[in-house]
Design a protein around this ligand. Structure first.
Ligand code: CDP
Ligand code: MG
Length: 692
């Protein structure tokens, strides 16, 4: 092993003298047990507790072994989460005394912080590496690929495992490291073994964990958020020094709980100023920017006076703190027992997020977060009986998600037989044909399953196939500038801000920006108004829209615009004319004709799947149009469709004739309505030219 490289006076990666900071970090780093385990196997599995240094340390060590910069190669480390890729790249650049965006970079969708020719260590989302495999199936730019957080079993990581297993056979010079935070690595070892009987080498990083006492709730509580706030405050009052980590499910919950905890802590202080120490509450969820996320690493607040009670940091997090972000100093964990999980409904072909009980494996991970620094306690807001009913493990992403994008990527990479692909876990039998059919209806694949010209372009765009299709065909409707904006707005976190105590004002502001023909047009309007108001944060603030989401949308728009230029998608604007809205809606229908609902009574029914749905209260549609397309399906108290736009039924018959082969449909209101539409058309509409 080339540890010598660590000890020179010059940084081997940029030939600059090391700074004092670097020396300090280096000393700590060399004490991490991981260094004892590295050898020169082509493929290896590394397992280690969360916080043992897999994400930050292994890639650095690999750089010292590979010296990628001296041979024009790159070390890649994939992350399931965008935010993790960004924040860890920053951290590691600091640790290596190098510059983020130069030698150490990151690449996530719509944000590329790398410098070609300079970056040799690249953190990236697994989705981005899968994209790169589309144009470079051998991943020839990389000397090592580290598939980090493989235990999360995201769809992209699973597919990358399959692809890379193959690439390592073609490229003996490529090193592959799979890391996992959970011990059930046997499956990975078997999968990467050279034959049926041999297992791929496993390296276990010995954790330095302390015992955690698990305390279950005595009885079932109906409202876990109130219960969580109460529990955090009780710990603050009754328990010794140490920070608290609370697991909830989503941004809104996290923000609300932070407010509740802060208010409660202030009340405690008023009641008895000498009994409790100062408390800070730090939210942690995926849509925070990297800088905000860094706050979780801040030390707890200092004592108010010497000898007074110690300060406490409370991190309120989604399941992102379960394995992907390690916060040191946590002694108490409060586990709500739920998380927001993506559920795919193959019947209506849409994914939705819903709050569901976690698995036993997750509960164990969450509890483990309390024992990083010293013995800790985990307060479970569910009874032992409830815990016993949790499933052992979450099913892998490939069994949960929509495979449309993945199948398009695999076809682009050149996978000839999708069924025979070496999946670590095969998708459910009906999902592959379904994805193929969807791509065929969209015109991306022909009837033989080969990519069409349209499909090749669609695959190049980092968008869901529906959005990609709408964008690629939009020049035919003379509105690609507008669709570009809409697609960008749909690719960023929710732009609407609705603070609990200002709902009325927020709703009023939203109403004044609303275009009654459809929420997609409203998004276009918001973006255009923002640009016309010089992108001022003041304007966003006054209109209750998120400046950060708009800035992100602008960044996405910029990147998509350059891709459009590269792939010859003409940039044309429908101008301000009266036809603008209609053309935009028609172009959208070309992508979203499979996400269409028909009004029946007071509700809507999705086309073909006949699922009863309701228009989400946040939607701004003026009156209830007979036909709508929708971007999202959300299941809360009722099944809702969200981001909804009115469409004309003749577009469906014209632009998606093969999907709307209504003669073969079962009788129903939608069919009858479409029949009437067809009979009223002057001549039989023929299929759109872009249909495969
Ligand atoms: O990937 P794994 O969970 O094994 O550990 P890691 O993310 O590499 O973290 C190793 C150590 O670095 C932990 O103690 C983290 O708390 C710390 N760390 C940090 O202080 N600041 C960061 N931005 C990232 C990690
Ligand atoms: Mg990690």
């Amino acid at each position: 092993m080339q540890t010598r490289r660590f000890d020179g006076t010059l940084n081997p990666f940029n030939n600059q003298p090391y700074s004092k900071q670097y020396r300090g970090i280096l000393r700590n780093r060399k004490e991490l047990p991981i260094y004892a385990h590295m050898t020169a196997n082509q493929i290896m599995i590394v397992v280690g507790e969360t916080g043992s240094g897999k994400t930050t340390q292994i890639p650095q060590l690999v750089c010292h072994l590979d010296v990628p910069h001296s041979r024009g190669k790159i070390v890649a480390c994939t992350q399931p989460r965008r935010i993790a890729a960004m924040s860890v790249a920053k951290r590691v650049a600091d640790e290596m005394d190098l510059t983020l965006g130069k030698e150490v970079g990151y690449s996530v969708r719509f944000d590329d912080m790398t410098e070609p020719g300079t970056t040799f260590l690249k953190y990236m989302t697994d989705g981005m590496l899968l994209r790169e495999a589309m144009s470079d199936p051998d991943l020839s730019r990389y000397s090592t690929v580290i598939l980090d957080e493989a235990h999360e079993r995201t769809l992209a990581t699973d597919i990358l495992m399959g692809l890379l297993k193959d690439v390592t056979k073609r490229r003996p010079d490529l090193r592959l490291i799979i890391t996992s935070a959970t011990l059930d690595t046997h499956k990975f070892q078997q999968y990467f073994g050279t034959d049926e009987h041999s297992l791929a080498p496993l390296f276990v990083i010995q954790g330095r964990t302390h015992p955690v006492e698990v305390i279950h709730a005595q009885e079932q509580e109906p409202d876990y958020i109130t219960d969580a706030i109460r529990t955090v405050l009780r710990i603050h009052r009754m328990e010794g020094e140490g920070d608290i980590l609370l697991f909830l499910t989503g941004q809104e919950e996290v923000d609300n709980a932070c407010k509740g905890i802060m208010t409660g802590a202030q009340d405690l202080l008023k009641q008895n100023p000498s009994a409790v120490g100062p408390l800070v509450c730090i939210p942690l969820y995926a849509s925070l920017d990297a800088e905000q996320q860094e706050r979780v690493f801040d030390p707890p607040p200092p004592r108010r006076n010497p000898g007074g009670p110690a300060g406490r940091k409370v991190v309120v997090s989604t399941n992102i703190a379960e394995t992907s972000t390690t916060v040191d100093g946590i002694v108490y964990v409060v586990d709500s027992g739920v998380s927001k999980q993506s559920v795919y409904n193959p019947r209506i072909r849409v994914e939705s997020l819903s709050v569901s009980p976690i698995s036993k494996a997750s509960a164990k991970q969450r509890a483990g977060r309390a024992g990083r620094t010293k013995p800790g306690k985990c307060f479970r807001l569910y009874t032992e009986k409830e815990f016993k009913a949790f499933k052992d493990q979450d099913p892998p992403g490939i069994l949960r998600g929509n495979l449309d994008s993945t199948v398009l990527a695999l076809v682009k990479i050149g996978t000839r037989d999708l069924v025979q692909f070496d999946y670590i876990d095969s998708p459910a039998p009906e999902t592959l044909p379904r994805a193929l059919a969807t791509l065929n209806y969209l015109g991306a694949l022909d009837n033989e399953g080969d990519l069409t010209v349209l499909g090749i372009t669609m695959a190049e765009l980092p968008l869901d196939p529906q959005l990609a299709k709408a964008l690629v065909v939009s020049p035919e409707f003379g509105c690609s500038v507008e669709i570009l904006t809409i697609v960008s707005m749909l690719s960023v976190p929710n732009v609407w801000v609705r603070p609990t105590n200002q709902r009325l004002e927020a709703d009023r502001a939203r109403a004044s920006l609303t275009i009654p023909d459809g929420d997609h047009l409203t998004l276009l309007n918001v973006y255009d108004k923002w640009v016309r108001n010089s992108r001022r944060s003041n304007w966003s603030w006054n209109n209750y829209v998120s400046q950060r989401s708009l800035l992100e949308a602008e960044q996405a728009r910029c990147q998509l615009e350059s891709l459009m230029i590269r792939f010859d998608i003409e940039l044309v604007s429908a101008g301000k004319g009266p036809g603008l809205h209609k053309r935009v809606r028609e172009a959208l229908a070309c992508g979203f004709f499979m996400q269409v609902a028909h009004k029946e009574g007071r509700a809507y029914v999705t086309v073909k799947d006949n699922q009863k749905v309701f228009i989400h209260p946040s939607c701004g549609l003026g009156d209830k149009p007979e036909w709508v397309l929708f971007n999202e399906f959300v299941l809360t108290s009722r099944p809702f469709i969200r981001t909804v736009t009115a469409i004309d039924p003749e577009w469906l018959l014209g632009e998606a004739a093969s999907y709307y082969d209504i003669d073969n449909w079962k009788d129903g209101e939608a069919k009858r309505s479409l029949m009437r539409t067809r009979n009223q058309l002057p001549t039989q509409t023929s299929g759109h030219s872009s249909e495969g």
